[in-house]
Design a protein around this ligand. Structure first.
Ligand SMILES: [Zn+2]
Length: 423
């Protein structure tokens, strides 16, 4: 209000409020019975509404306090709901500034003699590998460019990959820090990959069409703020002409790829196929796949964005390693669609993972990181990236992941990937 109307209208309202309070105080006497009754009614309704925040969408179970505060506003609109939401945001443990860490994860045992000049990590959104042509989907050619590269042997398509979580807030930090389903404190206690990259002489850029604040985004917004250069949908967006459209990132990507710095770590975080899928589709996708549903068209669009980013990398960087993987999968073939679905099963975890590099070394490394069930969990990606950034990882650490496969589900509980909750 202060920002949009200046100081006078709020002042008038405040004076009016004080006047009414004073009048009430003068005219009425305190009746304990009425006060008690009001308190009881209010606390019953509030408790009921708090429980309802979990029932709002029967398929999801909310556990994050600020996320529940967000839903509570639907039941308590106005000042009451706003106050509760603001309080939950304030007390949420996600809400903290990006201060430098001193502690380094014990898996790092030293530096390697060589490191990659340019590392590009592209994080997708809600991309389900089961609908990518590169992964054998035949109904529509959803990923023509990546399929072409893979057919020519210029792209490594890593099969059987799943994410470490089924929602963005939990999944993205697992790619860029030592945060894992069973090691959640590491996000805030240890150096993340951006800090480690900077320590080893890399210029770091975070280019994102997603936000970095609020109950859904803060954990990766927190990470983004360790970068030398940041642009997000909610951070330096207007001067860089960036919004939620992934196309709006391309001019910034080109500018950052043209940097003279010898070592660079680029993180590009896309909006990809986040619902509504219809919004993620452009004219080209409708022309290319007229019979496909909106979700498949949105994958086609991301394929084109990847094509454009790779063209820019070829033009400006030449020597680079590029990784693309989605934060989590998406349920698109069942009656309930989406992700962070409590009883939604594995599709919301199955993700595409592409590696583009001059050698097949990283592809082989990824293969060697599979667990005993043949799965590659996306939490292993940090070790791949650390090797690119010139860090030597303890052999025993990598082996320690072999015999188990946990994921952090949207209800905040850690499950074995083969024993996700079901009805
Ligand atoms: Zn996501």
């Amino acid at each position: 209000m202060l920002a949009s109307y200046g100081v006078f209208p709020p002042l008038i309202l405040l004076t009016f409020f004080i006047f009414i309070t004073w009048l009430t105080y003068k005219a009425a006497s305190l009746k304990l019975v009425l006060l008690g009754l009001s308190a009881i009614i209010l606390s019953i309704t509030l408790t009921e509404a708090w429980h309802k925040t979990n029932r709002q969408q029967p398929e999801t179970q909310r556990y994050n306090i600020s996320e529940r505060g967000h839903w509570l506003r639907y039941f308590f609109p106005g000042i009451m709901g706003d106050l509760i939401y603001m309080t939950t945001l304030y007390i949420s443990s996600d809400n903290r500034p990006s201060l430098p860490h001193l502690e380094q994860n014990s898996s790092i045992v030293g530096k390697l003699p060589l490191k990659e000049k340019n590392v590009i990590l592209i994080i997708g959104e809600s991309a389900f590998s089961g609908h990518h042509s590169t992964y054998g989907y035949t109904l529509h050619n959803t990923t023509p460019y990546m399929k072409g590269l893979s057919d020519e042997g210029e792209l490594c398509v890593v099969p059987t990959v799943h994410s470490g979580a089924n929602m963005t807030r939990l999944a993205v930090p697992m790619l860029l820090s030592f945060y894992e389903p069973t090691e959640q404190q590491r996000l805030y206690n240890e150096k993340n990959l951006i800090e480690l990259a900077r320590d080893n002489g890399y210029q770091t850029s975070w280019i994102s069409s997603q936000e970095g604040t609020g109950e859904y985004a803060r954990p990766y917004g927190y990470l983004s703020e360790y970068s030398d250069f940041i642009v997000r949908q909610d951070y330096h967006a207007s001067e860089n002409h960036v919004d939620w459209h992934d196309e709006s990132l391309l001019p910034i990507v080109e500018k950052r790829f043209s940097t003279p710095s010898p070592y660079n770590f680029f993180i590009i975080h896309l909006t990809g196929s986040h619902s509504r899928y219809e919004d993620d589709v452009t004219k080209e996708d409708i022309q290319a796949l007229p019979k496909a549903n909106a979700y498949d068209k949105s994958l086609h669009r991301t394929d084109r964005i990847l094509h454009q980013i790779i063209d820019l990398a070829d033009k400006h960087l030449k020597d680079y390693v590029l990784l693309y993987l989605s934060d989590h999968g998406e349920i698109v073939d069942g009656p309930v669609k989406g992700h962070s679905i409590q009883y939604g099963g594995k599709d919301q975890y199955k993700i595409p993972f592409y590696i583009k590099s001059n050698t097949d070394h990283y592809c082989q490394q990824a293969e060697s990181m599979r667990n005993s069930r043949g799965q590659y969990s996306s939490i292993m990606t940090k070790f791949l990236i650390l090797e690119m950034l010139g860090y030597k990882i303890k052999e025993d650490t990598l082996k320690s992941y072999y015999n188990h496969d946990e994921v952090l589900h949207s209800d905040g509980v850690v499950y074995d990937y083969d024993h996700l909750p079901h009805r």
